[in-house]
Design a protein around this ligand. Structure first.
Ligand code: 6PG
Length: 474
């Protein structure tokens, strides 16, 4: 019987490519998927040492593995993950490790870790980013779990991960659900940046009447400057791609309804729950939801019409570039605020520099700006946000006026820019000396006796709004 060093369950694109990547490291990989044929196709041509062994069921997968066993799951989040764990765990024994390499809600990961610990089985919740290419050639891996479990699987995970300057883009970021939390924030940033790039495209299209391929050219040029990121690179490629059926730019024949698998929504929910104003993430998730409401969009367009865009001033394209560069940095800053807050709330001790290092290669949000985040001292209480880190902000700070011109033009012209505008309001709100939150407190006290604090005296106060309107300390 074959002795495999690792098992993989779930052989859709990500699981299949991760299996190939593991085999390329010289490991023998036992694979199983309940869809028949996937394992067989994967295994053909991969027999022998450093090969892939198709297993017909969970029992034969577990029997094929050397002890202590390690099994990587790449199955859909939620019930499907629970179902696979339910099948595998009774077949495994103390000291074995399950690695959930799919996207997962971090709370689910913590519950699974606890349930498996009662059986002596170790559990790693690993955020794995990079899409199908990353899974095959080297993803970025953000693991969460106990040190013992990590030590058991670390060489294997480091072996398959991307590398930057010789360092693996793979780390144990913290205990329990920390890895999946960090991956959730990664996806939140992914949502915000994708939406910013899409808004930049829309602005150039509506403002300058540019075609998709020409905007693709502009993005490719920007990508060769300080704005370089994987997401801008793929956007440039996609915009320049011609549809084989019609000869038109592909993006012109794709239905304008954005899908999602939920992780951006998880990130926005985490931000709301933790009280972190990660507005870019939330607006990006809402923008996708809005795009999918086709019937409502059509009826509102018919009922209200839409303004005719003015032509923007000179230098609009460069303004959009600068706005994108500044806003992108703010989106990452919000993501790192969310990481800080999650870490404080759960006592994970997350290290932002090491997370930024793991994100420099392999993952979807890899970008040059991460080098500055690795260097930024964002744990220093005197530097509570990346926005106050001079080296991080220096390359973009001069673009503020351009960002304002772009948002102003968009608003006047009826071009939706939810993430460009909300991130600008976020920066403005943070630096406003007195916010209208004082009125919110008065309103809340008026109708709900919720009390307020004063600027001049300590304590909580309530005004007797429905009687003599005197104030009392409560
Ligand atoms: C990654 C991606 C990936 C994500 C897809 C789809 O890091 O490789 O974040 O995990 O699931 O990009 O996400 P949506 O369908 O929600 O856009």
């Amino acid at each position: 019987m074959t002795t495999a060093q690792v098992g993989v369950v779930g052989l859709a694109v990500m699981g299949g490519n991760l299996s190939r990547n593991l085999a390329r490291q010289g490991l023998t990989v036992a694979v199983y998927d309940r869809v028949q044929g996937l394992g067989r196709d994967l295994a053909s041509g991969h027999e022998g040492v450093g090969g892939i062994v198709d297993c017909a069921n969970p029992e034969s997968l577990i029997a094929a593995l050397a002890r202590p066993r390690a099994v990587i799951l790449l199955v859909p989040a939620g019930r499907a993950t629970d179902a696979v764990i339910r099948d595998l765990a009774p077949l495994m024994e103390a000291g074995d490790t399950i690695i959930d390499a799919g996207n997962a809600r971090f709370e689910d990961t913590e519950n699974r870790e606890k349930a498996l610990a009662a059986m002596g089985i170790r559990f790693i919740g690993a955020g794995v980013s990079g899409g199908e290419e990353g899974a095959l050639h080297g993803p970025s891996i953000m693991a969460g779990g106990g040190q013992g479990a990590w030590d058991a699987v670390r060489p294997m995970l480091e072996g398959i991960s991307a590398r930057v300057d010789g360092e693996p883009c793979c780390a144990l970021v913290g205990p329990g659900g920390a890895g999946h939390f960090v991956k959730t924030v990664h996806n939140g940033i992914e949502y915000a940046v994708l939406q910013l790039i899409a808004e930049a495209y829309h602005l150039l299209r509506e403002g300058l009447g540019e075609t998709a391929p020409r905007i693709g050219e502009a993005f490719a040029d920007w990508n060769a400057s300080g704005l370089d990121s994987y997401l801008l690179e793929v956007s440039a490629e996609a915009l320049r791609h011609e549809d084989a059926r019609t000869g038109r730019p592909l993006v012109d024949v794709i239905l304008d309804e954005a899908g999602n698998k939920g992780t951006g929504v998880w990130a926005a929910q985490a931000a709301l729950g933790l009280g972190v104003p990660a507005t870019g993430v939330a607006e990006a998730a809402f923008a996708r939801a809005l795009s999918a409401r086709r019937e409502q969009r059509e009826s509102i367009r018919a009922a209200l019409g839409s303004p005719e865009p003015d032509s923007p001033g000179e230098g609009f394209q460069e303004d959009v570039r600068q706005a994108l560069e500044f806003a992108t940095r703010v989106a990452y800053a919000q993501g790192f605020d969310l990481i800080h807050a999650g870490s404080d709330e759960h006592g994970w001790g997350l290290d932002c520099a090491s997370i930024a290092r793991v994100w420099r290669g392999g993952c979807i949000i890899r970008a040059r700006l991460l080098d500055a985040i690795v260097e930024a001292n964002i744990h220093d209480p005197g530097t509570p946000s990346l926005l106050t880190d001079p080296p991080y902000m220096a390359p973009v700070i001069a673009g503020e006026a351009a960002w304002r011109r772009v948002v102003s033009w968009a608003v006047l012209s009826g071009i939706p820019v939810p993430v460009f505008s909300s991130l600008l309001s976020y920066v403005d709100a943070l630096r406003t000396e007195r916010l209208p939150a004082a009125l919110i407190q008065a309103q809340r006290d008026f109708f709900g006796a919720h009390t307020y604090r004063r600027i001049d005296v300590d304590g909580a106060f309530h005004t007797l709004w429905s009687s003599d309107r005197s104030e009392k300390e409560v």
